[in-house]
Design a protein around this ligand. Structure first.
Ligand SMILES: [Zn+2]
Length: 139
């Protein structure tokens, strides 16, 4: 039974280092209580280069959160030092933006935000890359 909690969902890497900072950013920025996770290694690489069937399958996983938890926001996240998509930061920014736009076309009822979780000296920071129609203050 779902109470009054508000949900968003992230399509993110399996890499556990980024889950806590991503969750903290999403809860604060999107004003939700819970961030569901759909994980795949290097989602920006998968979504910018692979076939439609794979992307449809990932969208279906996001839709479970959409329908079960009424998630209205999807965060697509790339990150530094990604084993699943080992490219430089600029390529991650490009690919995660492309991934978000592909998800937008499949999930028109959701707002889709692309972020890059960057490794810095003392941890990780979430950098909004493409917020679509959503107003997000860039840190
Ligand atoms: Zn990764």
């Amino acid at each position: 039974m779902i109470g009054s909690e508000r949900f968003a969902v992230a399509l993110t890497c399996i890499d556990g280092r980024i889950h806590d900072p991503l969750r903290a950013w999403a809860l604060r920025t999107l004003s939700v209580d819970v961030l569901d996770l759909v994980t795949v290694q290097g989602p920006d690489g998968v979504m910018s280069s692979t076939d439609d069937e794979w992307i449809d399958r990932l969208a279906d996983r996001v839709k479970v959160s959409r329908h079960a938890h009424n998630s209205i926001h999807l965060v697509v996240a790339s990150h530094t030092d990604c084993a699943g998509h080992p490219v430089d930061e600029g390529q991650h920014h490009h690919d995660v933006g492309l991934a978000a736009s592909r998800m937008r076309s499949l999930l028109p009822q959701m707002t889709v935000v692309a972020v890059h979780v960057a490794q810095v000296e003392h941890g990780w920071v979430v950098i909004p890359v493409d917020c679509g129609a959503l107003e997000v203050v860039r840190a």
